[in-house]
Design a protein around this ligand. Structure first.
Ligand code: GDP
Ligand code: MG
Length: 163
């Protein structure tokens, strides 16, 4: 069957913005504020040489709510169970958060490749800012700007190497 790429990460890191660029349409709602509930979305990826689907997860709950971490953990587990490749998205302009760390702990068990995506790298100088995210221990990382489209060529090459 068609391989699936899952996009995982805490709310507001830009998962839906990345998803929309990967599918070439504004299917997912990009929220200015975290905490808006919606369903999971899956659509054909238009970037890769071979057919695959990309799945946008999460965006449910808010940092302030109890149960939020549990919800994000459930999304990560769902990705682990069903995806052939996982894109773990963090905000390169922000610090590593406890939620990022708990997602990373789950994803380290993955038997499929996990690509660390440092989103919101809108400017070239941010590409050097791996900083504390390096400590998460993922071997492959990529800087993206879903807002400006930077890094999507590199993302495409990475994905083509695994499909
Ligand atoms: P999600 O909750 O992870 O799905 O995040 P969204 O895709 O809804 O984006 C959350 C916020 O971050 C929105 O205000 C987006 O416009 C913004 N955003 C997403 N990607 C980027 C990016 O590459 N650069 C900047 N500056 N903002 C971004
Ligand atoms: Mg979203």
């Amino acid at each position: 069957s068609t391989p699936t790429i899952a996009i995982v990460g805490r709310p507001n890191v830009g998962k839906s913005a990345i998803f929309n660029r990967m599918v070439g349409r504004r299917i997912a709602i990009v929220h200015d504020q975290p905490g808006v509930t919606r369903d999971r979305l899956s659509a054909p990826c238009r970037l890769t040489d071979y057919a695959c689907h990309v799945m946008d997860t999460g965006g449910i709950g808010s940092d302030l709510e109890d149960g939020f971490t549990e919800q994000v953990a459930r999304e990560a587990d769902m990705a682990l169970a069903s995806a052939d490749l996982i894109m773990f998205v963090v905000d390169s302009r922000d610090h590593l958060t406890p939620v990022d760390i708990s997602i990373a702990e789950r994803l380290r068990r993955a038997e499929v490749p996990v690509l660390l995506v440092l989103n919101k790298a809108d400017h070239e100088k941010q590409d050097l800012n791996l900083g504390e995210f390096a400590g998460l221990g993922f071997k492959d990382e990529i800087f993206l700007s879903a807002a400006h489209g930077r890094g999507f060529h590199d993302l495409t090459q990475y994905l083509n190497g695994y499909l």
